[in-house]
Write a protein that binds this ligand. Structure first.
Ligand SMILES: N[C@@H](CCC(=O)N[C@@H](CS)C(=O)NCC(=O)O)C(=O)O
Length: 270
């Protein structure tokens, strides 16, 4: 018994000494992430960029790099199939010997690594659900301007896009963002989707709201009074020091009619 007490004392003494030497958990040096995504658009890659930027994680945005340094779109095209776990489409992230595709899956990985998600399984699943619902919204936002075919130009499907946009504006945006408003209303105090702690789902909600406000400014203005908590998350994310610095930097690509969220005035009448 005395032996165990002595052992426990030594343990607590060394834990105490450890805390003095390392007041916060030691951050282990890690390899630079390689993000592979199209170089000229925010697209789905932006959800990953935001998480990396918030975490202050070192990363190379491969296709945006200089071809002389192994970057450029050709590097992405050459790399994507060259893995045992090839990704179907960008974005994908290379973290050491791991190659991870699907935006929500990448964020699941980064969330755990960088404290951008709860550690407990139930919390992690909930944040993943919040993210997968953003993915559904993103897919629908894309299909508004491409309702008939991915391989066709918008100009070849304008009539169908106008029909799709009408429903998206009138029902779908409100249904999605209204659901996040309800999630925030039910969340423990703190203002984030899970309460007190920011997660990558909050960053993604920011990006979704920004994208929708760019593409559908009139519809979003009408909806704003009904989604005050969602707008507050948008504002709070924009003010986070790392995110604010990123948004001002040339690493943040501007929204455009090449990306997922596109502003075609005819799809969002005043
Ligand atoms: N579900 C995937 C979708 C990936 C995806 O559709 N990527 C687009 C760019 S945002 C792409 O390059 N698609 C090519 C294709 O589908 O053929 C994700 O969320 O990451």
């Amino acid at each position: 018994m005395a032996l165990f007490t002595g052992y426990a004392k030594t343990l607590s003494l060394s834990a105490w000494l450890f805390r003095i030497l390392f007041p916060s958990p030691p951050v282990l040096p890690r390899m630079t992430y390689h993000l592979h995504y199209w170089p000229t658009i925010q697209g789905r890659g932006e959800f990953v960029r935001l998480a990396l930027e918030e975490a202050g994680a070192p990363y190379v945005d491969v296709a945006r790099g200089d071809p002389d340094d192994g970057g450029g779109e050709a590097a992405l095209m050459a790399d994507i199939g060259a893995h045992d776990h090839p990704s179907f489409a960008p974005p994908y992230l290379v973290d050491g010997d791991r190659v991870i595709g699907q935006t929500a899956n990448i964020l699941l990985h980064l969330g755990l690594r960088h404290g951008l998600a709860p550690r407990a399984e139930a919390g992690r699943l909930w944040v993943n659900q919040l993210q997968l619902t953003i993915a559904d919204l993103v897919a629908e936002a894309h299909d508004v301007h491409h309702p008939v075919g991915m391989g066709l130009y918008y100009e070849d499907q304008k009539d169908e896009a106008a029909r799709r946009a009408k429903e998206f504006r009138a029902q779908r945006i409100g249904k999605y963002l209204g659901w996040y408003e309800t999630v925030l209303e039910k969340a423990p105090k703190g203002g984030w989707l899970t309460g007190e702690d920011l997660t990558y789902a909050d960053l993604s909600l920011f990006q979704a709201v920004e994208g929708l406000a760019y593409a559908f400014p009139h519809a979003m203005k009408r909806l704003a009074p009904k989604i005050e908590r969602v707008i507050a998350v948008r504002d709070a994310v924009a003010k986070r020091p790392n995110i604010a610095a990123y948004l001002k930097s040339d690493r943040r690509i501007a929204f455009s009619t090449e990306g997922i969220f596109r502003r075609y005035p005819e799809l969002d009448p005043a």
